[in-house]
Design a protein. Structure first.
Lengths: 1430, 262
């Protein structure tokens, strides 16, 4: 109890303590809230309470001159002054100006300013001149500064101080860029009050009166410069600018403003100028696609004024600047067959001009293009047609198909869209399973044709190759070329037809030889054998027509009427898809000369007698009109000669954009594959050639078989050996069937074969025929004795002396009689059949019947004989008179009757129910090289932007020849066009002021009409001639005999911008030459001189075919006297000014060209010629002249990194003394500036991507190699090449820039070591190596485990995959993972894209699982089939 | 007998080891000395003038770079003069209105001069130490020098330092007389101060309470494209922090103003 009480007390104590504590906290809390409310109210109360403020000179936090209330006194480091800061002198706020720096600071305390050396003024906003902000013009830039700041900046940056007020917009925009230019006026000093003027910057206008932004043509400036129609382009600006009469730059060209004074007064921003670039407006803009360029006649819109235009950088065909695209001779679909002679080209649009680059000839390259952002890019890639041909080496159709699918550029013939109609025709099956049935689709009937058409070439190239289809070189060379895969520089084409000399050409220009083409084409050849069998020809009870391949129009098969035309079409389609084979059109759209004559379609008929009927009727074996017209009117063909002009928008029509597939990898061993293809083709060809004889031989065998004894005959003969009938049996070689005849061993008899006598008592004698020879063998002792009888020999079977015949006919005698009769019947039958011309089938039945008759008669004869003999021996009537029916019947006996009746029945049976006849029709289609039309328009090849080549030329017609006498690309012409060219003067080439006179067929004169016909002695001049054919012309000043003897080559050109210009500039119709007075009467290899008085020149022109005018064409010139008063002109340098030298080099040799023999000097500063110390070594003799110019050589040394400027000057007439006042040489004191730059840094390969990487994927693996370079020329512009181990360097596809790229479409597996080499124009070089490790994964994923996890079926794969489940029990594992398959088969995707995949578990269900890895490898069958249980 | 032979042999071995170790030590020391040799500084014997100039140049540059690093962080000062702490970061208030609704007072109207002085003060002892080091390295030569005078100039893109010091040494009977050393480093400090001045002036070119007082940073950046100017921090009492970044180097000049407090 006490304990209870104590417990209660304790409880109460605790409760009390808690209550007291709570009360105390509550009190504090209440007081806190009260106090907070009080605090809040304090400022409210103070807001109405005035507190005095004082100035704090320096606050605790560092603030200066701040007014604080005295309540904040603690915040001030010093005592608060009893006044506000505005009243404290040191805290006066004003402008602090730094006289040295030019910096002005607003609201600055006076003391703080003065303390640091500033100037203080009582202007809070610094409204003092020193602080006026303006524009400090620093070159082409401007900055907002005070005047002093500007001075400092200008001094520091080496500019003249140019402090300008801010522009109207309160900024300095007006002073940036070129707007600081203006008119620089200098006095003319002629008291006219006019000024000379130069439009320049103020910096350069040091001695003149500078008028910013004014043009020199401003009327108020009163200058001598006036507006003009001249225009110019300037570097770094896009626009066309007007020039004034002083050649000063004016505003942007605007033809409507020529007379507008205001437009010629001040500089106007291009943005405010005309806005439609064209012939009247020069406000070009590169970004918008135009830039200032020199006007080109015929190509640009002629400007209203001046000779510069805004050239549209984009091209007339709608292509943009920098775009490339594919051009072909036809609109190519993915699987188009190229017209013969066609070639791929790449069109390039650059600076508004279209240029054409050909891909490799003979379609060895094809062009592919891709588009992005409305731009196209094209490239020529290898045409891998050889792989397609090689694919046909496989054994079965399926294997060929698999191989074919491995190559992107190949396709199975029957898979080409439109070719489905051919499926099922003879030779166009989608299977070639070998069967013995006559329906075997490979053209085989029994053994006939077994070696022909073993595999029909079903895999064909998507892009038909071009090949030589004309006679070229010998076959051994061709074979050599083929072995090298055409990659050696073998003779790609025959070259000039006239010389027939091989031309070394690049590997990818190889077109093979006619032999190779024939071999390739023969892969499309096909043999179709029809076989007809007629049963029981005499009975005529039944006929069969077996093995008809539906290619026999003459057969009684109506189906053939429909299938033969379609089959011929299919055969031609397949033939032409192999190359220039079969019947097809050329690039002019003209169909070739191939016809379905005997060389293409031939038929042979083998009749029932085995007689061959070659050149059998081919009536009806023709291609349909519809098909032919479809070929000749091939849609999309852009005919040769139709693209004549580079700038024509016609090019738009030839854009093809359908090929987007990437290049398949360069395959090794193409040559070998190709060779094997050719071998196979050759075998095929041979087989085809042999097939007729094979078939004939086979038919002969069959015929003999029918004509042999057959089993019955042999039995008869064998029976004879067992009988007792005396006599001999003769077996003739060539008439024994392959079934051996056995002569029994029981009855003694002898067999004589080829002189060897066998005694049948010693054992069985086997007599067989082997290839027409009788062979008899008999086992004797341990060996075998063999005897042979040549055809025509006989085996004589002689019975051993037997028991004399009894009085009555025994069964044996009757049988013997039957046998003998049968033999006799046989021989008689054969004789009759032969003489009556029966077929083998009829012969068989007739001989059979005769044998039956013979047997019957033999039997009857034995019976008669027995009856007669019996009568005689028994005393009956002797002779036949005693023969009675009863006796005959008795002699015949029951056996005899049986034999007799059987023989008669056999005879009837044989005649009506045995024998068969075989007939064969063999159709042979030969796929031959294409033949060009007999006559074609050869000039079409030349009149086109697409480059002519021999392949193109020859395709136009048999009359077309390709001439390369004047170099490649040559000229396509017919033989009758090759006569030598005629020559007439070229007026436009003649120097102004001169004219041609006395123009005749043999020559003309050049005269100066204003100088009594004489040309100026000291002035060079130019003249030219026109030839009526493309030619090269030479000129000489002395007579020669041949073209080659002449010394100076005339400069040849083509009519402006013609198509031929793009093809071969080395020959043309226009030829000119410049004559130099500095040459005297001498000549160099390319320069002629002239002297005072009469000068004669002789010209010969050699045309494209090598023909030239034997008689020279003469040109006469008379020159007057004259003194040289003009200084020499420096025309060019090599290397050109601005070239780079590689890093570390400090010297460079330079060649300078001068227009006359001279002495030349140079220096680093612009000095007078006499003061220049360094001389060049100048060639001065006439023979040294090159195109009328003379070279000077110098070694520029002590070059520094960066720019090295030199000044060059020349003095003419080197033989004269400069100090000779009487006759002084002419010195050009106007120097030619030359700059050679030395790189400060070398070339570096900064990055290689991918570098040392592992790439994994399904073959073929593609990788893009990208290399970046840095260096001195344009920050690293260089050319890079790459090489794999054991290969040569190959230039990157995209290079000559800072970034270089190359795409490999089929990287080989393994560790590929790449070496990359880059070199820039200066010779700086860098080389690096990289590794690309390629792992090819062609294996499908494997399910390693399957299990139940939380009612989920989980499968584990050995690699990252996606897995699908099919639960359809009927289809099981027969489902596809392609998108259509997934949907149509209702497949379920398992969750998980890595190695673990799951799907909901269902009891007692079947799961058929297939997986696909990240590289696309998928299970062909189920990866796993899983059944779930409860 | 055998034991005796072993003893003799081991002594030889020890000797060999000692020799090898000695050679290795010599090589290590030589290598260490070679590696430590500053190839940038010319040889004292061959080019005494070059040696001294290069030495002074090196340590002066290091000192200026140190100073610059601190100064651009503290808005022109080695140690902040009028700091404002916000979010645990201290910013120098270059213009302060002490929380009043007034235009701020430009605490440092001659900031560039003050900064130059700050740098000068910072580098002076380091340069003196540098000369002492040089002097000690020239202890074998006659060395005579007057007290030096240091001038620091902050100009566009550079900090230039001129050290006037009459210094005479005799090396190999060759008397070398150097009067001054000119050292400069690349620095955006001038433009930082220039832009700071423009910003403060523009912030002050207004009437508090009547208009918004903001510098036209966009226009400033337009004419100074190599710099980026942002105001990442705003305080409760009109404080604004400005960060000027030189884009190429990434150097940042940070300062604050307290203007028109509200």
């Amino acid at each position: 109890m006490n304990k209870e009480k104590q417990k209660n007390k304790m409880k109460k104590k605790l409760i009390s303590l808690f209550e007291i504590t709570t009360l105390m906290f509550s009190m504090f809390a209440f007081m806190y809230f009260i106090s907070f409310a009080f605090l809040i109210s304090v400022p409210l109360a103070s807001a109405v309470t005035y507190t005095p403020t004082g100035c704090c000179i320096e606050g605790n936090d560092g603030a200066i001159c701040q007014d604080f209330s005295f309540l904040e006194q603690d915040m001030c480091k010093t005592n608060l002054l009893s006044t506000n800061c505005a009243s404290v002198e040191n805290c006066q706020k004003g402008c602090c100006y730094s006289a040295s720096e030019g910096i002005c600071s607003l609201n600055s305390p006076k003391e703080q300013c003065l303390l640091n050396g500033g100037n203080w003024t009582k202007s809070p906003n610094c409204e003092i001149p020193q602080c006026t902000l303006g524009c400090c013009v620093l070159g082409e830039e401007a900055s907002v500064t005070t005047p002093r700041e500007c001075t400092k900046l200008s001094r520091q940056l080496n500019f003249e101080t140019n402090f300008q007020p801010m522009d109207a917009s309160g900024a300095c925009q007006a002073y940036t860029g070129g707007s600081t230019k203006g008119a620089c006026l200098t006095s003319t000093n002629d008291y006219s009050g006019e000024f000379n003027c130069k439009f320049t910057t103020k910096a350069t206008c040091k001695s003149g009166d500078f008028r910013p932004r004014f043009l020199c043509t401003a009327p108020e400036l009163n200058t001598i410069c006036k507006p003009s129609k001249k225009t110019t382009c300037i570097d770094s600006k896009d626009q066309v600018y007007y020039l004034d009469t002083c050649n000063n730059l004016a505003n942007v060209y605007d033809s409507t403003k020529l007379e507008d004074e205001a437009y010629w007064t001040v500089k106007i921003d291009p943005a405010s100028s005309c806005s439609s670039p064209g012939k009247d407006c020069g406000n070009c803009d590169y970004i918008s696609g135009s830039v200032c360029e020199k006007y080109r006649d015929g190509k640009d819109a002629k400007p209203t004024y001046g000779d510069n235009v805004c050239r549209d950088l984009n091209c007339a065909n709608g292509k943009k600047h920098g775009e490339t695209w594919c051009i072909s001779d036809y609109t190519n679909t993915e699987t188009g067959v190229a017209p013969i002679g066609s070639r791929w080209f790449k069109g390039i649009c650059m600076d508004g001009e279209i240029t054409i680059e050909p891909c490799a000839d003979f379609n060895n390259e094809i062009c592919i293009q891709a588009s992005s952002n409305s731009r196209t890019e094209a490239q020529c890639i290898m045409n891998d047609w050889r792989s397609c041909i090689s694919a046909n080496d496989e054994e079965t159709y399926e294997q060929v198909e698999d191989e074919c699918e491995d190559y992107e550029q190949c396709i199975m013939f029957l898979d080409i869209p439109g070719n489905e109609q051919y499926v099922g025709l003879p030779g166009f099956m989608r299977t070639n399973t070998i069967t013995s049935d006559f329906t075997d689709p490979r053209g085989r009937v029994g053994t006939i044709g077994a070696n022909a058409n073993t595999i029909l070439p079903h895999c064909v190239p998507k892009n038909t190759p071009g090949m030589v289809f004309w006679e070229t070189q010998d076959s051994s060379q061709a074979l050599q070329n083929m072995l090298s895969g055409g990659n050696s520089s073998g003779s790609g084409s025959s070259g000039s037809s006239s010389s027939n000399a091989p031309i070394a050409s690049a590997g990818n220009q190889y077109g093979g030889t006619l032999a190779e083409t024939q071999a390739i084409c023969s892969l499309g050849s096909f043999t179709c054998v029809s076989h007809k069998v007629t049963d029981n020809p005499n009975g005529d009870t039944e006929k069969t027509d077996r093995g008809n391949w539906q290619c026999n129009l003459q057969a009684e098969n109506s189906e053939a009427q429909e299938t033969v035309p379609l089959m011929l079409e299919a055969l031609n389609e397949r033939c032409r898809s192999l190359g220039p084979c079969g019947l097809y059109v050329n690039i002019a759209g003209e169909i070739g000369n191939n016809e379905f004559d005997n060389s293409t379609i031939s038929r042979t008929y083998l009749d029932a007698n085995g007689n061959s009927h070659i050149n059998y009727n081919v009536q009806g074996y023709e291609l349909g009109e519809g098909y032919l017209s479809g070929l000749s009117g091939k849609p999309g063909l852009v005919r040769a000669g139709s693209l004549k002009d580079l700038t024509m928008a016609l090019a738009r029509a030839i854009i093809t954009g359908k090929l987007t597939s990437e290049e398949t990898a360069t395959r090794t061993g193409i040559a070998q594959q190709s060779q094997s293809a050719i071998s196979a083709a050759n075998e095929n060809t041979q087989s085809n050639q042999q097939i007729i004889s094979n078939v004939g031989g086979a038919i002969g065998t069959l015929g003999l078989s029918q004509m042999s004894f057959g089993t019955a005959g042999v039995a008869g003969a064998a029976g004879a050996t067992t009988g007792a009938v005396a006599g001999t049996t003769t077996l003739t070689a060539g008439m024994v069937s392959s079934t051996p005849m056995v002569f029994g061993a029981s009855s003694a008899s002898t067999i004589s074969v080829g002189g060897t006598v066998f005694n049948t008592a010693n054992g069985a004698v086997f007599v067989t025929q082997q290839g027409g020879t009788l062979v008899a063998t008999q086992a004797q002792g341990l060996g075998t004795v063999t005897a042979y009888a040549a055809p025509g020999d006989v085996a004589v079977v002689t019975p051993a002396p037997g028991t004399p015949a009894g009085g009555s006919a025994g069964a044996g005698s009757l049988l013997a009689g039957a046998a003998v009769g049968m033999m006799a019947g046989y021989w008689i039958g054969v004789m009759i059949a032969r003489n009556s011309g029966m077929t083998p089938g009829e012969t068989t039945s007739f001989v059979g019947a005769m044998m039956g008759v013979g047997a019957a008669l033999g039997t009857a004869a034995v019976a008669v004989y027995s009856a007669v003999t019996a009568t005689t021996t028994t005393g009956a009537t002797v002779g036949f008179a005693g023969l009675s029916w009863a006796g005959f019947s008795a002699a015949l006996g029951p056996v005899g009757w049986v034999i007799l009746i059987a023989a008669i029945l056999y005879s009837i049976y044989s005649y009506y129910f045995t024998g068969e006849d075989h007939e064969y029709w063999i159709m042979q289609y030969t796929c031959e090289p294409w033949e060009p039309p007999t006559q074609g328009d050869c000039s079409l090849c030349n009149k086109d932007i697409r480059t002519c080549s021999e392949y193109r030329c020859r395709s136009l017609g048999m009359n077309c020849q390709y001439y390369i006498e004047n170099g490649e690309p040559g000229y396509c012409a017919s033989l009758d066009e090759t006569w030598s060219a005629t020559i007439i003067p070229w007026p436009e080439a003649l120097t102004t002021g001169l004219s041609y006179s006395e123009v005749r067929e043999t020559g003309f004169r050049i005269i100066n009409p204003t100088n009594e016909g004489m040309v100026e002695k000291q002035e060079s001049f130019t003249f030219g001639i026109i030839t009526d054919k493309y030619a090269q012309c030479k000129i000489d000043n002395k007579h020669t005999s041949t073209f080659d003897e002449m010394s100076v080559q005339m400069e040849t050109s083509i009519p402006a911008y013609s198509a031929q210009e793009a093809q071969n500039p080395s020959q043309g119709s226009y030829h000119k030459v410049t004559l130099s007075p500095h040459m005297g009467n001498k000549t160099s290899s390319d320069t002629l001189g002239f002297v005072e008085g009469e000068n004669n020149y002789y010209i010969r022109c050699r045309n494209f075919a090598g023909m030239y005018n034997r008689a020279e064409f003469a040109v006469k010139v008379v020159a007057d006297k004259g003194e040289d008063l003009t200084p020499p002109a420096i025309t060019s340098f090599s290397p050109v000014s601005g070239s780079y030298l590689k890093v570390g080099e400090n010297s460079s040799s330079v060649v300078m060209w001068v227009n006359e023999p001279s002495d030349c000097k140079y220096s680093k500063e612009n000095k007078l010629f006499n003061q220049m110390n360094s001389s060049l070594y100048c060639m001065t003799n006439p023979e040294s002249a090159k195109l009328g110019e003379w070279p000077c050589y110098a070694l520029l040394d002590n070059l520094n990194a960066g720019d090295n400027k030199f000044y060059f000057k020349c003095s003419d007439q080197p033989d004269l003394d400069l100090n000779n006042t009487a006759r002084r040489p002419n010195v050009n004191e106007n120097p030619k500036e030359y700059n050679i730059k030395v790189c400060k840094e070398g070339l570096n390969i900064t990055s290689i991507t991918p570098e040392n990487q592992i790439i994994t994927g399904q073959a073929p693996i593609s990788a893009k190699l990208e290399v970046k370079t840095s260096g001195c020329i344009e920050s690293g512009k260089s050319k890079c090449s790459y090489k794999f181990e054991n290969t040569d360097y190959i230039q990157f596809f995209s290079t000559n820039a800072k970034t270089h790229s190359q795409t490999f479409t089929s990287m080989p597996a393994g560790n590929n070591k790449l070496t990359i080499k880059c070199i820039d124009d200066a010779g700086n070089f860098d080389e690096k190596e990289a590794w690309i490790n390629v792992t090819i994964d062609n294996l499908e994923p494997i399910i390693t485990r399957a299990y139940d996890l939380s009612r989920n079926l989980v499968v584990l794969t050995n690699e990252n995959s996606v897995c699908y489940v099919n639960k359809n029990v009927s289809s099981k594992c027969d489902f596809n993972l392609n998108p259509e398959g997934i949907i149509s088969q209702n497949l379920t995707l398992m969750e998980g894209i890595e190695k673990t995949h799951r799907i909901a578990w269902e009891d007692n269900s079947l799961y058929f699982v297939k997986c696909r890895d990240v590289f696309g490898n998928e299970n062909p069958q189920c990866a796993m089939a899983i059944k779930t249980y409860i | 007998m055998k034991k005796e032979w072993i003893k003799v042999n081991s002594k030889k071995g020890q000797l060999t080891i000692f020799v090898i170790v000695a050679i290795i030590i010599v090589f290590i020391i030589a290598g260490f000395l070679l590696l430590n040799k500053n190839s940038d500084i010319p040889s004292l014997k061959e080019n005494p003038s070059g040696y001294i100039k290069a030495s002074v140049d090196k340590c002066t540059k290091e000192a200026i770079e140190e100073a610059e690093k601190v100064i651009i962080k503290n808005a022109g000062f080695i140690e902040q003069d009028n700091p404002w702490i916000f979010n645990l970061t201290s910013y120098e208030l270059l213009c302060d209105s002490s929380g009043k609704n007034n235009l701020c007072t430009n605490n440092h109207p001659m900031l560039i001069v003050e900064t130059q002085n700050q740098i000068k003060e910072y580098i002076a002892p380091k340069i003196n130490a540098c000369f002492e080091t040089i002097k000690s390295s020239l202890r074998n030569y006659k060395y005579q020098s007057e007290s030096n005078e240091i001038n620091v100039m902050i100009v566009d893109k550079e900090i230039r330092t001129e050290i006037k010091k009459d210094l005479v040494i005799e090396v190999n009977e060759q008397k070398v007389n150097i009067e001054s050393f000119n050292v400069k480093i690349s620095s955006p400090l001038y433009k930082f101060i220039y832009l700071t001045n423009r910003i403060i002036n523009q912030e002050l070119d207004c009437n508090c309470g009547e208009e918004s007082c903001n510098a036209d940073l966009v226009n400033l950046m337009r004419y100074n494209r190599e710099f980026e100017i942002i105001k990442p921090v705003y305080g409760m009492n009109g404080e604004e922090v400005f960060t000027i970044t030189e884009i190429n180097s990434g150097k940042q000049f940070v300062f604050a103003i307290r203007n028109c407090a509200y």
